[in-house]
Design a binder for this molecule. Structure first.
Ligand code: SF4
Ligand code: SF4
Length: 320
């Protein structure tokens, strides 16, 4: 049996492909849950009612793993330097969804990593999460010193920016805890200024009802005409607030994981192709892609909205 130290776990995490790792004490997230409650009271979760559930688990990871002592927070860089053509006949796909579904990739990495840690010390118990389940992944990443919460509500790391996927391991093991990184947004408001729908209603507060990312992915209803002329051809997700962030502009670096590169080199999809797509084609094209989350119905709705939006912009141009 090997006593797991921070150093052993850090070097193994790197070996298993994680770019960032930090350690936080498994304490109740009292302040963070209060903020979440206020956000929910204001209705900023839109129709994501799952955000209202299992608040007690979100607040205290001991509700999930009773003898939890620590949270190991991990991040994987998914940035690649492919770009968009900005051809108006194509809809833009958010960077995180260009390649293979990150859940599939990171679940496998986590599983191998946890198996190794348990082999070294059978006393090591853990439960891990990637963006699913009642775990406040961004909060733990900040507590574990991976970065700070940007005003656009994504975690930013000083060395690689915010194009990162987060994962957390709740464990019964004690570690030395990482130092929290102070806020480095300073007086910058680039993300707030660039958001085309004014979805960043305050620093560190996003109203999902207005966010293109929510409207094109989680949203099951129609897209309101109030957003006409604001989507800039985003068909799945939106990266504007992260694209303009100086930390990404200066420090984003290529991922080492090939599966995060665009499938068939595609970062966009023809609007016409989507409008004529059937279930079979959709399944074949997006079988291992995060795009399947919005289902064919959602993708067609988004394509239809962009098509209408572009004719709205053209007619507005003609009238001015
Ligand atoms: S993802 Fe797009 S719409 Fe949402 S807050 Fe960022 S810039 Fe605004
Ligand atoms: S764009 Fe500026 S304010 Fe927004 S997250 Fe980046 S550094 Fe912070």
């Amino acid at each position: 049996m090997t006593k797991l130290t921070n150093q052993i776990v850090i070097s193994l995490a790197k070996e298993f492909g994680f770019d960032l790792i930090g350690f936080a004490k498994a304490e109740p997230l009292n302040e963070e849950v209060k903020k979440l409650d206020v956000w929910i009271e204001k209705g900023f979760q839109a129709t994501m009612s799952y955000m209202e559930k299992n608040i007690h688990n979100r607040k205290d990871v001991k509700e999930i793993l009773p003898d939890a002592k620590s949270v190991i927070s991990l991040a994987v860089n998914y940035y690649t330097d492919h770009q968009y053509s900005n051809d108006k006949s194509k809809g833009k796909i958010s960077r995180y969804a260009w390649g293979k579904d990150y859940h599939l990739i990171i679940w496998e990495m986590l599983s191998d990593f946890e198996v190794k840690l348990t082999e070294l010390d059978p006393e090591f118990k853990s439960l891990s999460y990637v963006d699913t389940g009642p775990v406040m992944d961004k909060v733990w990443a900040v507590k574990a010193g991976l970065g700070w919460m940007g005003k656009h509500t994504n975690v930013i790391n000083k060395e690689i920016g915010s194009w990162i996927f987060l994962a957390n391991i709740i464990t019964n093991y004690e570690f030395e805890y990482s130092e929290i990184i102070t806020d480095h947004c300073g007086s910058c408001t680039a993300c707030i200024d660039a958001c085309p729908t004014d979805a960043i209603v305050d620093e560190f507060v996003v109203d999902s009802n207005k966010c293109i990312s929510f409207l094109t992915i989680e949203n099951k209803g129609e897209i309101s005409p109030e957003f006409n002329g604001k989507f800039d051809n985003w068909i799945f997700g939106c990266d504007i607030c992260q694209d303009v962030c100086p930390w990404n502009i200066k420090f984003a670096d290529q991922t080492a994981i090939k599966d995060f590169h665009p499938i068939e080199g595609k970062t966009e999809i023809e609007i016409d192709e989507v409008l004529n797509m059937d279930e079979e084609e959709f399944k074949a094209r997006f079988a291992v892609s995060p795009v399947k989350r919005t289902k064919l119905r959602g993708l067609i709705r988004n394509a239809g909205f962009i098509r209408k939006e572009n004719s709205y912009l053209t007619s507005n141009d003609r009238n001015t």
